[in-house]
Design a protein around this ligand. Structure first.
Ligand code: LLP
Length: 435
């Protein structure tokens, strides 16, 4: 079990709070995060770069709860945002605009305007067309945009195809061969100040440090090339991607990652920024669910939870592994046997685990799905008209609901039914084009 969820008296806790106590008060399913663990993971990451940590822009997409972002603000972190919504969250949580970078392959005009109005640290431009639109936006608002050109380094991040971003065939960034032209173009555009380069090769990268070394090496080469042409390059933004151990992976340690980064970019005299998400919050959250029923099929044991793919999408979307641990630890010597752990949603893909060795479980038991602090709650939905999953933050022996479970009234009130709706299917008015 990750540190922040260690057991006390035979029961899993979040920081110092029993998960069963939170379940009794909040109901299930819910996410709970350990504030202590988030802080420890952030500090460890920052300390790896001692004496001078880079600008650490937490990737808000990994966990955008305002209370979590507020912790990062208090720790001195910045934010990497990819939408106006994330920008507003980061600002509302008290992250200073001077520590916010805006990434993303398709920023709308309104989003560029919002970034300029907030005066953020940097906008990472992903295409020449975007540079043009940004230049126009600066003219309209009388601002200047500090821009990093996000290059696509054509590096295989050795991760799941759905979360790789650094290969030429991915939609992200400007092809590294075209980066010099793009940088020159940016330098000539009114309102645009090209300040550096950005790269992000993918999330939960495999292959140890190899893919990072390859991508950062190419980026460093490009810094030299641009400077050789007389162009100023003050900053590099190295993206996110440091993985965590969900199952048997052995991701690089922050210290080794930092050594690689400083080894490559230290001699170049550039300001370094990075955008870690998962590594800071992934292990610091669990999804707690209750067993609704156990169904013994002829060939399988099905453990049916009250959490489903709409609450934690990663297993259905990426075949991702999350450990599943009973909240009350099983008796010593309990026999493990395979079970399919599934949710109630009407899709066969709604399974958290297949043939997973688990101790005996009965209706009413609580289980924790681990390493769910990143890309858990943020990817949840109300599919099957299930209520959006709540979030809880634990710190020491305190906890608070940091996103309450909506009511069914809230759910129904999201929709609006026009007063003419019944006429729309009036038998007296055939639809246009109908014979
Ligand atoms: N920077 C950029 C530009 C990104 O696109 C991402 C992630 C990050 C930073 C943060 O990456 P991290 O350090 O968290 O690996 N939903 C998927 C992950 C998709 C991540 C997309 N971009 C999952 O559940 O695994």
């Amino acid at each position: 079990m990750p540190d922040g969820f260690r057991c006390r008296g035979g029961e899993l806790c979040a920081d110092g709070v029993k998960l069963a106590d939170i379940a009794a008060a909040v109901g299930t399913p819910f996410y709970v995060y350990s504030a202590g663990m988030i802080a420890a993971r952030y500090r460890r990451f920052a300390a790896a770069f001692a004496p001078a940590p880079p600008l650490i822009c937490f990737a808000v997409k990994a966990n955008s709860n305002l209370a979590v972002l507020r912790l990062f603000a208090a720790l001195g972190a910045g934010a990497d945002v990819v939408s106006e919504g994330e920008l507003r969250r980061a600002l509302a949580a008290g992250i200073p605009p001077q520590r916010i970078v805006f990434s993303g392959v398709g920023k709308s005009g309104a989003e560029l305007d919002a970034a300029l109005a907030a005066g953020i640290h940097q906008i990472n431009a992903e295409s020449v067309a975007e540079l043009r639109r940004l230049s126009e936006a600066t003219a309209a608002s009388g601002t200047t945009a500090r821009v990093a050109i996000r290059v696509n380094p054509d590096v295989d991040a050795l991760t799941h195809a759905k979360i790789a971003t650094g290969k030429r065939e991915n939609k992200f960034g400007i092809d590294i061969d075209e980066a010099v032209d793009a940088y020159r173009f940016a330098a000539a555009l009114p309102g645009i100040e090209p300040v550096g380069l950005a790269v992000h090769i993918g999330s939960q990268t495999g292959g140890g440090l190899g893919p990072f070394a390859e991508a950062f090496g190419r980026l460093a080469g490009l810094v030299g090339e641009l400077r050789g042409l007389g162009l100023a390059v003050r900053r590099v933004d190295l993206g996110g991607g440091l993985g965590i151990r969900y199952h048997h992976e052995t991701p690089p340690e922050p210290a080794d990652y930092a050594r690689l980064v400083l080894g490559i970019f230290g001699p170049l005299d550039v300001e370094i920024a990075c955008e870690p998400g998962r590594v800071l919050v992934g292990p610091a959250g669990v999804l707690v669910a209750r067993v609704i029923d156990v169904k013994q099929g002829r060939s399988r044991r099905f453990v049916i939870l009250d959490a489903a793919m709409n609450d934690l999408l990663r297993p259905a979307l990426y075949d991702a592994w999350h450990d599943i641990v009973p909240v009350r630890l099983p008796e010593a010597g309990a026999v493990l046997s395979p079970a399919d752990v599934v949710g109630p949603v009407c899709e066969s893909g709604d399974a958290f685990a297949v043939a997973r060795d688990l101790p005996p479980l009965a209706a009413g038991d609580l289980v924790a799905l681990t390493d769910a602090g990143a890309y858990g709650a943020v990817m949840s939905s109300t599919y099957n008209s299930r209520l959006l999953v709540p979030e809880v933050l634990a710190a020491g022996d305190r906890y608070a609901v940091v996103r309450p479970r909506p009511s069914y009234e809230d759910l129904l009130n999201m929709d609006a039914v026009p007063e003419w709706i019944d006429d729309a299917v009036s038998p007296l008015e055939p639809a246009p084009g109908a014979a």
